[in-house]
Design a protein around this ligand. Structure first.
Ligand SMILES: Nc1ncnc2c1ncn2[C@@H]1O[C@H](COP(=O)(O)OP(=O)(O)OP(=O)(O)O)[C@@H](O)[C@H]1O
Ligand SMILES: [Mg+2]
Length: 376
C-alpha cells in the first residue's frame, strides 16, 4: 500500500484512506463500474485516476467527461457521437467520447447532472456495452471501463424524480465513498506538510515549517472545501510568509482578511420584480443564518478563525483591480466573473446555491466556471 501511495502521490494514512485504497486495489483489475461519491474537493478525481492506472487499461487513455459542463442539447452527441445530417449543422459524422475511449476508461464526472433521457442510454451502455450514435439505429459496441462520480446525494435525486432508480441501483453496487476532510482529521497534517513541500520546491521558496499551534489550528478547522481548500490555503501562506515559520497569527489573519472581503462583497440586487426581490431577501436571510451557524461551529470547535480560499482571493483581486479610477467602466465579463467568484465564495463552492443566488442555471454556472478557469 505504501508503494502505491508513493508511486501515485496519494496522501493520507487514516483508516478511511487506507480502506479506500484497498477497495481500489480490489476493483481496479476488473472491469466493474465504480461510483465515487464525496463532497467537492475530497479527491474523487484522484481516486478515479488511481483505479484507471492500476487497471489493465492503465496505458490506454482515460477520458474525463463532466456531465454538468456540457449543454443539455448536445450531451448525447458528445457522448455517443452522431451521424452526418443527424441534426441541423451536423455536416459530418463525429465520434463520441465512448468511441474515443474504446479500450480505455471513461470517467463520467457529475453524473447527477445527466439529463433523464440520456440516463436511459447510459444505462444501456453499462448493461450491454452497446450504444447508438445520434441519427443512427445501428448499435455499436465499445470496450470501456466506466467510472462515475458525483457530489450529489443520488438517493435524493431519485426521490425527487431527477435520477432514474434503475441506473442508481446499477451504479451503487460498487460505491467508493470519500469522507470529508473534517471526518479524517488525522490526515490534515500530512496533507499540509506535503503540499507545503511540493509547492515550495516547485517555486523555489524556502519552507521553514509550521509552529505546533498552527498545525493544531489547521487540524481543527472545518475545511468545507476539503483537500482542495487546504491546498490553496497552504500555498497562499507560503507565498505570504516566504521562508519564515508559519504561526497561528498568520493563519488567523488570512482567515480574517478573507472574511472581511466576503462581507464587503455581498452581491447587490437591483431592478428585480417583487417576486425575485422577495426570493432574494429570503436567500439573504438564509445566508446570514448559515454564516451564524458556521461561526457557532467554529466556536464549538474551539477556534475563532474563518475560512478562505486563496485562489478565489487572487482571482477576485485580479478582476477587481482598476476600480480606483473614477472613469473606469468595468467590462461585463469582469463583473460577471467577480459576481461568480463572490457567489462561490459565499456558498463555499456549493454550485447549486451559488447558481440560485446568481439567478442562472446550474449548468450555465458550470460552463462559466470552466470558461473563467475557476474550477479549482
Ligand atoms: N488523497 C489525496 N492525496 C493527494 N492529493 C489529494 C488527495 N485528495 C485530494 N487531493 C488533491 O486535492 C485536490 C482536489 O481533489 P479532486 O480534484 O480529486 O477533488 P474532487 O472530489 O474531484 O472535487 P470536485 O467535486 O470539486 O470535482 C486536488 O488538487 C488533488 O490533487
Ligand atoms: Mg472532481
Amino acid at each position: 500500500m505504501e508503494n502505491i501511495k508513493n508511486k501515485y502521490g496519494i496522501i493520507g494514512d487514516s483508516v478511511e484512506i487506507n480502506e479506500i485504497i484497498s477497495v481500489v486495489q480490489q476493483v481496479a483489475p476488473t472491469d466493474i463500474t465504480v461510483l465515487i461519491t464525496g463532497e467537492s474537493g475530497t479527491g474523487k478525481d484522484v481516486f478515479a485516476k488511481l483505479i484507471h492506472e492500476l487497471s489493465r487499461r492503465g496505458n490506454r487513455p482515460m477520458i474525463s467527461v463532466n456531465a454538468g459542463a456540457i449543454p443539455e442539447g448536445i450531451i448525447e452527441s458528445e457522448l455517443f457521437g452522431h451521424e452526418r445530417g443527424a441534426f441541423t449543422g451536423a455536416s459530418d459524422s463525429r465520434k463520441g467520447y465512448f468511441e474515443l475511449a474504446d479500450g480505455g476508461t471513461i470517467f463520467l464526472d457529475e453524473i447527477g447532472e445527466l439529463p433523464l433521457a440520456t440516463q436511459v442510454k447510459f444505462l444501456r451502455v453499462l448493461e450491454t456495452g452497446e450504444y447508438m450514435r445520434v441519427g443512427s439505429s445501428i448499435p455499436r459496441k465499445v470496450d470501456v471501463r466506466i467510472i462515475a462520480a458525483t457530489n450529489k446525494e443520488l438517493e435524493t435525486e431519485v426521490a425527487q424524480g431527477r435520477f432514474r432508480p434503475d441506473l442508481y441501483f446499477r451504479l451503487r453496487s460498487i460505491n467508493i465513498k470519500i469522507p470529508p476532510l473534517r471526518d479524517r482529521r488525522e490526515d490534515i497534517i500530512e496533507f499540509a506538510s506535503e503540499f507545503a513541500k511540493q509547492f515550495s520546491t516547485k517555486n523555489k521558496i524556502h519552507f521553514e515549517g509550521f509552529s505546533p499551534e498552527a498545525l493544531n489550528i489547521l487540524k481543527n478547522h472545518f475545511w468545507p472545501g476539503n483537500v482542495r481548500e487546504l491546498r490553496n490555503f497552504i500555498e497562499s501562506l507560503i507565498v505570504i510568509k516566504s521562508g519564515k515559520l508559519i504561526e497561528t497569527t498568520d493563519l488567523k489573519s488570512l482567515f480574517k482578511q478573507n472574511q472581511e472581503r466576503m462581507n464587503r462583497n455581498l452581491p447587490v440586487f437591483t431592478n428585480k420584480s417583487p417576486d425575485q426581490a422577495e426570493r432574494e431577501l429570503i436567500l439573504r436571510a438564509l445566508l446570514e443564518m448559515k454564516a451564524d451557524i458556521n461561526e457557532m461551529k467554529n466556536i464549538l470547535l474551539g477556534q475563532n478563525g474563518t475560512r478562505v480560499d486563496p485562489h478565489y482571493v487572487e482571482a477576485y483581486f485580479d478582476t477587481a483591480s482598476n476600480n480606483e479610477d473614477n472613469n473606469y467602466v468595468e467590462p461585463v465579463t469582469k463583473a460577471e466573473k467577480r459576481a461568480i467568484i463572490s457567489a462561490l465564495e459565499r456558498f463555499k463552492g456549493n454550485r447549486r446555491l451559488a447558481s440560485h443566488a446568481l439567478n442562472i442555471s446550474e449548468r450555465t454556472l458550470y460552463r462559466k466556471i470552466k470558461e473563467y478557469n475557476l474550477d479549482m
